[in-house]
Design a protein around this ligand. Sequence first.
Ligand code: BT5
Length: 205
Amino acid sequence: MGQARPDVVRVESVTSTQDIARPLPIGSVVVAEHQTAGRGRLDRRWESPPGTALLVSFVLAPNPILSLAAGVAAAEACGGGVRLKWPNDLLLHGAKVGGILVEAMAAKAICGIGINLTWAPEGAATLNQDRDQLLDNLRVELERWSSAKPDAVLVRWRELSDTLGRRVRVEMAGKIVEGVAQDIGPNGELIVDGVSVIFGSVIHL
Ligand code: BT5
């Protein structure tokens, strides 16, 4: 018999769901109506007016490819043509509809997922789905993909990828690599014309 799923912690306005989730045990899920300091990677902001998005953080066991596993889970939960841009964007018709932020600690990882539902900044997309239904789907998919074998995650990530096969420009701290995104490696790194990129921002050219 499986264990009962812990309840979702629902909060109104918080700085970031990541902050609320951090001290909670593995298995916890935090959902907010609004974030006053929603975060992207590298100190970037994640914007969304109150009640317009799914803003959720999951406390999970550490996993070296969690960012990719969460991307696969989120794309599967969204369905309907949502694709993945390396390393962590959810795209709908080529526009960003959601993002993933994994903050790893020694004993657990906080996986934050934001998906635009009824509002998006200029140039970005909305998904227009019921938030609770999407959350339910996401919980099921994340449970599945965060415990899947790394190879299975990589295979599905490649299938859902909008990045592989394209010419890309990757900006890393002080360095730019331009070329064809050929594959992802066993640790989730992007391979651009034979060069492994561990992290950075990708522009699809
Ligand atoms: C991400 O970062 O895409 C990760 C976003 C994770 C957000 C969730 S919400 C729940 C949890 N709590 C948090 O505080 N964070 C997580 P990154 O790849 O760095 O992208 C950030 C960039 O996306 C920004 O610099 C903007 O250009 C753009 N952006 C900001 N808000 C957006 C939105 N609502 N939709 C699309 N793009 C957005």
